[in-house]
Ligand binder design. Structure first.
Ligand SMILES: Nc1ncnc2c1ncn2[C@@H]1O[C@H](COP(=O)(O)OP(=O)(O)OP(=O)(O)O)[C@@H](O)[C@H]1O
Ligand SMILES: [Mg+2]
Length: 245
């Protein structure tokens, strides 16, 4: 059974429903990626799972437990970690202070375990986050989310605004985090880097599932360009809607 099962998720802002029934699954130890054009609703899916946005329909189950309708605090306590798309660190705090302000200040061995994923942060613990490189900032944002020991980690466009060689370094770390037993649900625009590393991937178009397949297969899917051009994707061998199988 999948750790995360999202079924027919409906959510939106004001009078508008952005998500029109999105379904997806994610598993411990695996990377599942959500792709799609700007405005498709990718970030909205993560916010609705996290409870920042109350789902208006559908279900969000984590290990069988219903999260839809719960408060953010309860969803965090259930084991969901979240790294938002932008502004995900505090420039005026040191790296070490990012860890100390978390609800439960981590014991030294736990901090060492987290830093083992990001060794380049260790010599920077006393530095202000504002002096970190773009890649180091993204690594800090992810490391901070790991403090609460999530079973499911939601990452919104970790590659945004990073140089290509830095993107590979960040993704290599994300793979290591997943392989340590965490379910990673990734939102990405950078399909060429993300899909080859994704165990499974879903494409969204205007708030709906349109394609899904193992990551490398989705990258080669004949309908993928249409998804980004706003056309109905041509059918291929992969399934047209949710269900990681
Ligand atoms: N706080 C908000 N209030 C009203 N509408 C919003 C809000 N946030 C997002 N939207 C709208 O919801 C739709 C989906 O936005 P969302 O941010 O989920 O897209 P996305 O797929 O993450 O896009 P991008 O690739 O640009 O990050 C867009 O039309 C957007 O304008
Ligand atoms: Mg987004």
């Amino acid at each position: 059974m999948s750790l995360l099962k999202v079924r027919d998720l409906v959510a939106g802002y004001g009078d508008t429903n952005i998500l029109q029934g999105v379904s997806l699954e994610a598993d411990a130890g695996k990377i599942v990626t959500l792709i799609g054009p700007n405005g498709a609703g990718k970030s909205t899916v993560l916010k609705a799972i996290m409870g920042l946005l109350k789902p208006r329909g559908g279900s969000v189950r984590l290990a069988g437990q219903e999260l839809a309708g719960r408060e953010v605090e309860e969803i965090v306590a259930a084991g969901v970690g979240y790294v938002p798309q932008v502004e995900n660190i505090f420039p005026s705090l040191t790296v070490a202070e990012h860890f100390r302000i978390m609800q439960a200040s981590p014991p030294a061995d736990e901090l060492a375990r987290i830093l083992s994923f990001f060794p380049q942060l260790e010599p920077r613990l006393g530095k202000m986050a504002s002096v970190l490189s773009g890649g180091e900032r993204q690594m800090l944002a992810i490391a901070r989310a790991l403090i609460l020991k999530p079973r499911l980690l939601l990452l919104d466009e970790p590659s945004a605004a990073l140089a290509p060689q830095v993107v590979s370094a960040v993704f290599e770390r994300i793979v290591a985090i997943a392989r340590s037993g965490i379910a990673v649900l990734l939102v990405e625009q950078n399909v060429k880097v993300a899909l080859p590393l994704s165990d499974y991937a879903y494409a969204l178009q205007v708030g709906r599932n349109v394609l899904s397949a193992p990551g490398p297969e989705l990258l080669e899917h004949p309908g993928l360009n249409d998804v980004y051009l706003g056309k109905a994707p041509v059918p291929g061998e992969s399934s047209a809607s949710g269900g990681a199988g």
